[in-house]
Design a protein around this ligand. Structure first.
Ligand code: FEO
Length: 170
């Protein structure tokens, strides 16, 4: 059994991960409208990864004998002023998610729930990668986002392929 406070935070995290998927899908749509299929591809795959994260939290809650509660997912629609704006929005969002994971971690430590701490370790590492990816994308855009460089950058984003998460819960 897990502590109620931890289960509540884990359930809330499902919603945040699904919102992340929604947000990145909206960003993919923005780029699709602009004809930037590589950027679209990158964010569609990012959305898939976020769905995977949500499912991992769901499975962890179920594996520990608790009830999953799914709340409404907020409207992710945003207006983006240029091609760089979603990249900056993605970094800001990943920093928010990192804070959220840290909050669960802190609570788990407080109640001596070392099982959840161990589960969250994967997400702590993952968030480091997510933030770095978002920072790298902004840097690449700043270097190559103009004119012909944008075409090359779009091509490189097209090369991203989906990979299932390395964390597996049965
Ligand atoms: Fe699930 Fe991008 O954090």
């Amino acid at each position: 059994m897990l502590q109620k406070s931890v289960v509540e935070l884990l359930n809330a995290q499902i919603n945040k991960e699904l919102f992340s998927a929604y947000l990145y899908l909206d960003m993919a749509d923005f780029y699709a409208s602009a004809g930037l299929e590589g950027f679209e591809n990158w964010f569609k795959i990012q959305a898939q990864e976020e769905r995977d994260h949500a499912l991992l939290f769901r499975q962890y809650i179920l594996n520990n004998g608790h009830k999953v509660s799914l709340g409404a997912i907020a409207d992710p629609s945003r207006e983006y002023k240029d091609y760089k704006a979603p990249l900056e929005g993605a970094l800001e969002h990943e920093r928010f998610v990192t804070e959220s994971i840290n909050t669960i971690y802190t609570e788990a430590l407080k109640v001596k729930d070392y099982r959840t701490v161990q589960f969250l370790d994967w997400f702590v590492k993952e968030q480091g990668e997510e933030e770095k990816n978002a920072e790298d994308n902004i840097r690449k855009y700043e270097l190559f986002g103009d004119g012909k460089g944008l075409f090359m950058l779009d091509q490189s984003f097209m090369a991203r392929v989906y990979a299932a998460p390395s964390l597996i819960l049965d």
